[in-house]
Design a protein around this ligand. Sequence first.
Ligand code: ZN
Length: 151
Amino acid sequence: MSFSGGFADLYREVILDHSRSPRNFGRLEGANREADGFNPLCGDRLKLSLRVEDGAVRQASFVGDGCAISTASASLLTEALQGLSEAEALALADRFRQMAAGEIHPDEAELGKLSALAGVRAYPMRVKCATLAWHALRVALERRGEVARTE
Ligand code: ZN
């Protein structure tokens, strides 16, 4: 097995793990920021819920029905957000979107485990699956009260 092949396998494992056993899946008690997301190209739907206190994300969870990529991305998002300030969460969403769109290299993006989703860069349809939860995050934090759509 080549070195780079090993990384590809690791990434695939992270995505499979998080799509089969999504973290923070379910309703969130005391949520004070919420947004629905819909990706019409794939049919992915989710509701992202956050509990924000003193300007920081204390807890995040999601419910929904989507493909493996959208589910894994939402699951990884809920883990990555814990404890971040709202500004940090929005900056993370920007870096993630840029990485998924191929605008910045995964190494530059410093996204840790979220880099597992870098492979979508080669597949425009999959980029929408991977970024759905992050669109919802932006809508939730900006309290725009609309459905986040990838289109
Ligand atoms: Zn999808």
